[in-house]
Design a protein around this ligand. Structure first.
Ligand SMILES: [Zn+2]
Length: 231
């Protein structure tokens, strides 16, 4: 009996999370109809962005050539629930079309790390992190603009779907040549004590393990093995 109300409550929280994502998505789409379209220069960086962030991002960006045709912005901003967030930029009028841009929000500080600046992360870790985020964007390419709404809702509501998407972002990064950097980022986050254990547990729950990254194939085989989840 004790667990029943708790489960209902967790479910309610998840529904709220899904609805919140939808509102943010629509809100952002609405907002983006009010601002001028981004300049032709892509990727564009927010004013005053840290130079090591910019340098590391550009090194990774060179390996994701299929994204070069899009408007892309890297914005350093305050994030409260993550360290980096890769998102499609879709105007409300474009929901039923295929036009879109992308943006990557980068927090000033690593989530739950106290005072660790993202810009102070070792270069290899930063590159691994960016490669993972651009992996998400390649994954978004498999979804229509309308489909992205479903993606957002499923990601918020389903632990299993979230885990699959996070694993896929890592495998895409590895297929783009960033295995060493992905492993370095995982080791850094899991082995440093100034990263909170809550955050480390989230990483263990949703992300590919270090061993998984070592074994992940360089190329897609004819049959993609289903990720086995050990919970
Ligand atoms: Zn991710």
């Amino acid at each position: 009996m004790f667990f029943a109300p708790l489960r209902v409550m967790q479910h309610t929280v998840k529904i709220f999370a899904g609805a919140f994502f939808l509102l943010v998505f629509v809100g952002f789409s609405w907002k983006s109809t009010q601002v001028p379209s981004p300049s032709k220069k892509s990727p564009a960086f927010s004013a005053g962005i840290n130079t090591s962030i910019k340098k590391a991002f550009l090194e990774v960006w060179q390996h994701y050539k299929s994204l070069h045709r899009y408007g892309f912005e890297v914005i350093q901003t305050n994030l409260t629930s993550s360290t980096m967030q890769a998102q499609p930029v879709i105007n409300l009028s474009q929901v039923f079309s295929s036009k879109r841009g992308y943006k990557l929000d980068v927090a000033e500080k690593v989530l739950d790390s106290g005072e660790l600046n993202v810009a102070d992360l070792p270069e290899e870790v930063l590159r691994g992190w960016f490669a993972h985020e651009l992996g998400h964007i390649i994954d978004y390419e498999n979804h229509s603009n309308l489909g992205m709404i479903g993606y957002g809702i499923r990601y918020s509501l389903s632990d299993r779907y979230k885990r699959e998407r996070e694993h896929e972002a890592d495998s895409i990064a590895i297929r783009h040549g960033f295995r060493k950097e992905i492993i370095a980022a995982k080791k850094y986050l899991l082995e440093n004590e100034f990263i909170s254990s809550d955050y480390q547990n989230q990483i263990k729950k949703y992300y590919m393990s270090i061993r998984g990254a070592e074994l992940c194939p360089d190329e897609l085989g004819a049959i993609l093995p289903k990720v086995k989840l050990n919970l």
